[in-house]
Design a protein around this ligand. Structure first.
Ligand code: ATP
Length: 266
């Protein structure tokens, strides 16, 4: 049981309103996960099958985890987070057992979401040594196809590397909804800045517009980090600072290093 410590059943806390932009992703996730729960009769009547799982892909720090959590919160679902590398780095045979255990727990906690972050670590088509990764992937597929139906358990998976994911995982009846989670556009960056800055005490002359322009090409995570750095700079100036000044944001912008390069975009 101690080996399962990394599997969390988290109380919901992230709301849709905590996420700037990503309207398309939010809508598609609602359709895929909320609708089957709230309108099962319509699905039946129209002969539409609810998806078993959704694969979110896109550059790091662009709110894949955040949207998965918000979905759980807003739909009132239990949320289990599992990191691919943690499952994979277990002793021989333990990874498969861990996967079975995750699904067992999710069934017991249904309605629920299992969120597999960095799914590429367990679902890569470039098999590892001794076929160990084949066995782990087989265990995952086995659970997805399982004889025990996944009633009210939805699988969300996230990856920055959709190119290495084994196509078998995305066959119909498995993770057959695939959603690209893009870096924030200008409007989304304004919203993210608004969300961050609303939690800070800041000077009146801070321009969200200017900051949104300056963070073109940044991920949401980088924008959040930038605001943190500005706050820290204010404290370096004066440990009793009342608020963060424009010069602190400007300083943080100057030390900005953008990590989303064209290669990690679609
Ligand atoms: P990774 O691929 O690295 O796991 P991710 O796509 O899952 O990244 P998140 O963990 O969801 O990214 O985002 C990291 C942090 O960046 C969030 O906790 C939040 O502070 C901030 N962030 C990212 N995108 C947004 C957004 N659209 N709105 C508000 N905050 C955001």
């Amino acid at each position: 049981a101690s080996a399962m410590r990394e599997i969390f059943l988290e109380p919901p806390k992230v709301r849709w309103s905590d996420i700037g932009g990503q309207e398309y992703v939010k809508q598609k996730l609602r359709e895929a996960v909320e609708w089957p729960l709230t309108h099962p009769d319509t699905f039946k009547r129209l002969g539409v099958t609810a998806p078993k799982g959704v694969l979110l892909y896109g550059p790091p720090g662009c709110s894949k985890t955040l949207t998965a959590k918000a979905l759980a919160t807003e739909a009132g679902l239990n949320f289990m987070a599992v990191k691919g590398p943690e499952i994979f780095n277990k002793y021989v045979g333990e990874s498969e057992r861990a996967i079975r255990e995750v699904f067992r727990k999710a069934r017991a906690a249904s309605p629920s979401i299992i969120f597999f972050d960095e799914i590429d670590a367990i679902a890569s088509s470039r098999g590892g040594s001794e076929g160990s990764s084949d066995r782990v992937l087989a265990a995952l597929l086995n659970e997805l196809d399982g004889i025990e139906a996944l009633v009210n358990v939805t699988i969300l998976a996230a990856t920055n590397r959709p190119d290495v994911i084994d196509a078998a995982l995305m066959r119909p009846g498995r993770l057959d909804r695939i959603i690209y989670v893009a870096p924030p556009d200008l409007d989304a960056r304004k919203q993210i800045l608004q969300i961050q800055i609303s939690k800070m005490s800041v000077a009146g002359d801070i321009s969200i517009e200017e900051l949104a322009d300056a963070t073109d090409g940044c991920s949401g995570a980088e924008i959040a980090a930038l605001c943190q750095r500005a706050g820290l700079k204010a404290m370096e100036d004066n440990i009793d600072a009342e608020r963060v000044e424009k010069r602190h944001f400007d300083g943080a912008v100057r030390s900005l290093v953008k990590r989303i390069t064209p290669e990690v975009l679609k």
